[in-house]
Design a binder for this molecule. Structure first.
Ligand SMILES: Cc1cc2nc3c(=O)[nH]c(=O)nc-3n(C[C@H](O)[C@H](O)[C@H](O)COP(=O)(O)O)c2cc1C
Length: 164
C-alpha cells in the first residue's frame, strides 16, 4: 500500500496551479528569488495573500528578515523563468531580464502581474513557513498566465474558454 506522503504528492501533483517567482533583496542589495506555486489569495480588507517557503531554501533567512517581497505571476511564455528559479547552482538574475521597483524589489520583465507586498505575518508550519503579505502595489497585464500541472507547464488552451 502506498504511504501517505507519496499519495499526498500525487494528490497535490494533480492539482493545477499558476506559477509565480517570489523575489526580494538582501541587505547588500543582492536580488534573490525562487519559483513558487503555493501562492494564494487570502483577504480583501486588508488585501492579503500567502505563500509558503521550505525552510531549506537558501534565501529563507533573507525572506524572514527583509519584511517585503514581490510576487511575479508568470505569463504563459515564461516556462524558462519557472525552471530558472527552481534550479540550483545558477545565477538566476544574470539569466533573465528584471528591474528594480520604486520599493527596491526585483520585478521580472514580462510577468503577467506583480504584487508587491509587505510581510504581514509569518506562520511556522512543519518544514515550511507561511508568509502572509499585505499587498501595497499592484501591476496587471492582461496576458495569459503560465499553467503548471503534473510537472508540465504551458498555456491554457483556447478550447478551455466558453467563447472558444
Ligand atoms: C512549479 C514549482 C513550484 C514550487 N513551489 C514552491 C513553493 O511554493 N515553496 C517552496 O519553498 N519551493 C517551491 N518550489 C521549489 C523551489 O523553487 C526551489 O526549491 C528553490 O528554487 C530552491 O532555491 P535555492 O536553490 O535558493 O535553495 C517550487 C518549484 C517548482 C518547479
Amino acid at each position: 500500500m502506498e504511504n501517505n506522503i507519496s499519495l499526498f504528492r500525487k494528490v497535490m501533483g494533480n492539482y493545477p496551479s499558476g506559477v509565480t517567482v517570489v523575489t526580494t533583496i538582501n541587505e547588500n542589495n543582492v536580488p534573490l528569488g525562487l519559483t513558487v506555486n503555493s501562492f494564494s489569495s487570502v483577504s480583501l480588507e486588508p488585501l492579503l495573500i500567502l505563500w509558503s517557503i521550505d525552510k531549506k531554501v537558501s534565501s529563507y533567512d533573507v525572506f524572514m528578515k527583509t519584511g517585503k517581497f514581490a510576487i511575479n505571476i508568470l505569463s504563459s511564455k515564461q516556462a524558462d523563468i519557472c525552471a530558472l528559479f527552481a534550479r540550483k547552482g545558477n545565477d538566476r538574475f544574470q539569466n533573465c531580464q528584471w528591474e528594480s521597483s520604486s520599493l527596491n524589489l526585483p520585478i521580472i520583465s514580462g510577468a503577467a502581474s506583480v504584487l508587491q507586498c509587505r510581510t504581514y505575518k509569518t506562520v511556522e508550519a512543519g518544514d515550511h513557513t507561511i508568509f502572509i503579505g499585505e499587498v501595497i502595489d499592484i501591476h496587471h497585464e492582461n496576458i495569459a498566465p503560465l499553467l503548471y500541472h503534473k510537472r508540465e507547464m504551458g498555456e491554457i488552451p483556447k478550447s478551455f474558454y466558453s467563447s472558444k
